[in-house]
Design a protein around this ligand. Structure first.
Ligand code: ADP
Ligand code: ZN
Ligand code: ZN
Length: 744
């Protein structure tokens, strides 16, 4: 009698393969074999981490060739069945091996055979003697006194990290108090944050539209449904999320909020902290690996009530998930641009469907595909048309700057407005979407222009560093004193970035306090917080910056927003350029006038007659979106068709194009092999060189695959990729497929 063998199907991060079969380890595992367990398995000549996907009794390999699992890594499965279902779906949809999806979901440390980080941190607590001691006894040792005071106020103790954050370096105070027997070491639950134990603050009374939105969603908490929360900036969308989160937590379930870039919005995090009861797990890439892992485990173990994170949080295991919210659902940073190229929003919708819970997409400027789904009734469309607290919407006007004498890029009219607002004690926001000092450095004698040696791109001068930087590949060199070509000294800086604008504004408004918000000015730890604080306290009078300004910040005293230059994006080639520009204008405009003062937005342009600007001005974002959707329909572009983009890059110029030509031929050759109904309706467009053909020393090309129906495109891709993967590849060629690409 031969008992059925137990075969373990395991996902490993390895190209091309879906899963691998293994036999159980000889040592019995600490618990029954369960999908979701992390395992160490032999692979090639070494060992790899894998995740158990399924138990089965058959394999397509000879049984005696199967290797045994080395050992089980964790005492519990990290993924539940529902998580594995989502990740399997994502892998299939984005045409990646399942290992790629699982490893995108795992925190970095757990992709290696590391044990789980213990859920405790070193800390201190006051002993009975320490609690009894009158603090005045320590008046001659202020640090000891402060430390003991903090611990007396925290009966469970505090982590060393929290103490240092509160008191600064502790120095010898710890040892001194310990020697006196007043405090002792302890270990504390890692993520315990004092605010978790505070009762949440109460929020404002909801206005009617908010109430209607909350009721509509709350009435459907037990079933899948997609809700578009289409609310102008400042209309109180976040408040709606908070009320729903309260209800979900009260039911004993977990809520997930996905935001585009959490590092940029410390205010949002702070707001959830004060309003939501219980543990919050924050997940984003700026955390250190252990913090991230701890928070991830708190989500996975069901401990965190709220998971607040960037796109990858949509992949985290959340066993009691009851509600998903995607804030700024239109934002491109919700899309992962390498590896598993997923859309955080689209996966959120799929996840809600698998779990059977609602998902809320919030935006003041919904993506055109989202609006289309709302129009078709697939999403329930909830509108917040007015600003909360009675604030007036900003008034947008176009300013024709042709033939205007500009100073610091500002027209006379805008300068007058600025003077008036400054006199009234208000704040001003200036938007210029280009960082650095000058985008072009050129020689007046011979015409030399500073270009990146590795990209088809110009170098940007960063004057404070005296360096030229390539914003595409990160290459840099020292600012030349003379022309590198002809040695002439007349090397000139053309154009303006935020660094230059700041210098010019200081000269133009000498009495005014000016601050800059861009990636350069906020690179240092804590710098972003300082810039934002100075705006909130009113210290900063003029804040200038790049699109970082548009990311959900709330500047209540800003009454004037100047948008300096957007003309170059009006004629960009990417079919999404108009949509992005409109969203950016509305989002930047939305920073103005949130409190009692009405905001004014001045948009400088040399193309005041441009249809995009005209429709935004006269019909708002909704009007713009209707016109833009009509154009998309005529051109059969998304959301009226579906796209996938194959990209290839190689060190030699023709190689990437050649490869994609062969890939295209593979697609055409499928005509006889797979059912005609899959092939018909598939269009292969290209290959063409990428918009910036050479980047980081590699030549890039792309091939577009277009189809009116998503399922057909999916089936075609699966067949086609099987063929493309067998194509011979010359050294150094890399290619990838992007399903639902954002950038063409
Ligand atoms: P959004 O997320 O739509 O930009 P927020 O939820 O951040 O809007 O709300 C904007 C501002 O209005 C915040 O300062 C918020 O505290 C306040 N607010 C929200 N809802 C109300 C309300 N019902 N009554 C008064 N103020 C509110
Ligand atoms: Zn020269
Ligand atoms: Zn470069």
């Amino acid at each position: 009698m031969n008992p059925q063998p137990l075969i373990l199907r395991v996902a490993i991060e390895a190209p091309l393969a879906d899963s691998f079969d293994y036999l159980p380890s000889l040592d019995p595992p600490p618990l029954p074999w369960q999908p979701g367990l992390r395992l160490l398995v032999p692979f090639g000549r070494g060992e790899r981490v894998g995740v158990l996907l399924a138990l089965t009794d058959h394999t397509s390999h000879p049984l005696d060739r199967l290797k045994r699992v080395v050992r089980v890594l964790d005492p519990e499965p990290l993924f539940a069945a529902a998580d594995l279902k989502l990740l399997t779906w994502a892998a299939t949809y984005y045409q990646q091996p399942i290992g790629a999806a699982l490893f995108a979901a795992l925190p970095a440390r757990l992709r290696d055979p590391e044990p789980l980080t213990p859920d405790t941190l070193p800390g201190l607590h006051a002993t009975a003697a320490g609690h009894a001691l009158a603090l005045d006894t320590l008046s001659r040792a202020p640090k000891q006194r402060a430390l003991l005071a903090a611990l007396q106020a925290a009966p469970e103790g505090m982590t060393l990290a929290a103490l240092t954050a509160q008191l600064g370096e502790l120095g010898g105070a710890v040892r001194a108090l310990r020697t006196k027997g007043l405090i002792a070491e302890t270990r504390l639950a890692a993520a315990v944050d004092p605010s978790e134990h505070q009762p949440p603050a109460t929020g404002p009374t909801l206005h009617a539209e908010q109430q209607a939105a909350v009721s509509a969603i709350a009435a459907n908490l037990d079933a899948f449904g997609v809700f578009l929360l289409d609310g102008v900036t400042g209309s109180g969308k976040t408040e709606v999320y908070i009320r729903l989160i309260e209800q979900v937590i009260a039911q004993g379930r977990q809520a997930l909020v996905i935001v585009p870039e959490i590092g940029l919005t410390p205010q949002l995090r702070a707001r959830f902290r004060t309003r939501v009861s219980g543990p919050i797990a924050v997940l984003h890439s700026a955390l250190n690996t252990r913090e991230r892992e701890r928070n991830w485990l708190r989500a996975a173990r069901g401990e965190a009530h709220l998971i607040l994170g960037t796109r990858s949080a949509v992949l985290a295991p959340i066993p009691r998930l009851g509600l998903i919210m995607v804030d700024e659902e239109h934002d491109d940073s919700l899309k992962q641009q390498d590896g598993l190229r997923y859309s955080g929003r689209d996966l959120a919708i799929r996840r809600a469907q698998l779990v059977g819970c609602p998902v809320v997409l919030g935006s003041a400027t919904p993506a055109l595909e989202t609006l289309r789904n709302a129009q078709l009734g697939r999403y329930q469309w909830l509108r917040l048309t007015e600003r909360a607290g009675g604030a007036q919407p900003p008034q947008i006007s176009l300013l024709d700057i042709r033939n205007q004498p500009l100073r610091a890029g500002l027209s006379p009219v805008l300068r007058e407005h600025m003077q008036a607002e400054l006199r009234a004690g208000h704040q001003i926001l200036l938007f210029l979407n280009r960082r650095g000092y000058a985008p072009v450095l050129t020689c007046h004698a011979c015409g030399w222009v500073g270009e990146c040696p590795h990209c088809d791109a110009r170098l940007t001068l960063h004057l404070s560093e005296r360096r030229l930087w390539c914003h595409h590949c990160g290459w840099s060199c020292r600012q030349p004193e003379r022309c590198p070509a002809c040695q002439d000294e007349d090397v000139r800086m053309l154009g303006r970035g935020t660094e230059r604008l700041e210098d010019e504004l200081i000269a133009l408004f000498p009495e005014t306090r000016i601050a800059r918000l861009d990636r350069d000015s906020t690179r240092r730890q804590g710098a972003l917080g300082r810039v934002l604080d100075a705006v909130h306290t009113g210290e900063t009078q003029i804040l200038l910056g790049t699109q970082m300004l548009a990311k959900g910040h709330d500047f209540p005293n800003v009454t004037l927003v100047g948008i300096l230059e957007l003309d170059h994006t009006l004629y960009a080639s990417d079919f999404r350029a108009a949509e992005r520009t409109a969203q950016l204008i509305i989002q930047v405009a939305g920073r103005a006038g949130r409190a009692e003062h009405r905001g004014r937005v001045v948009l400088q342009t040399r193309h005041p007659e441009h249809p995009l600007l005209q429709s935004l001005l006269h019909a708002g974002y909704t009007g713009f979106a209707e016109a833009a959707l009509r154009e998309r329909a005529e051109a059969e572009l998304p959301p009226y068709s579906h796209l996938a983009l194959a990209r290839a890059e190689a060190p030699d110029p023709a190689q990437a194009l050649d490869f994609l030509r062969q890939a295209r031929a593979c697609g055409e050759a499928l005509a006889g092999e797979i059912p005609a109904e899959i092939i018909s309706g598939i269009q292969l467009l290209g290959p063409i060189p990428a918009p910036m053909e050479r980047r980081a020393g590699r030549y890039r090309a792309q091939l577009l695959i277009q189809c009116a129906e998503r399922p057909r495109l999916q089936r075609f891709l699966a067949h086609w990729l099987r063929a493309v993967r067998t194509l011979p590849r010359r050294n150094g060629l890399r290619w990838s497929l992007d399903v639902d690409p954002r950038d063409l």
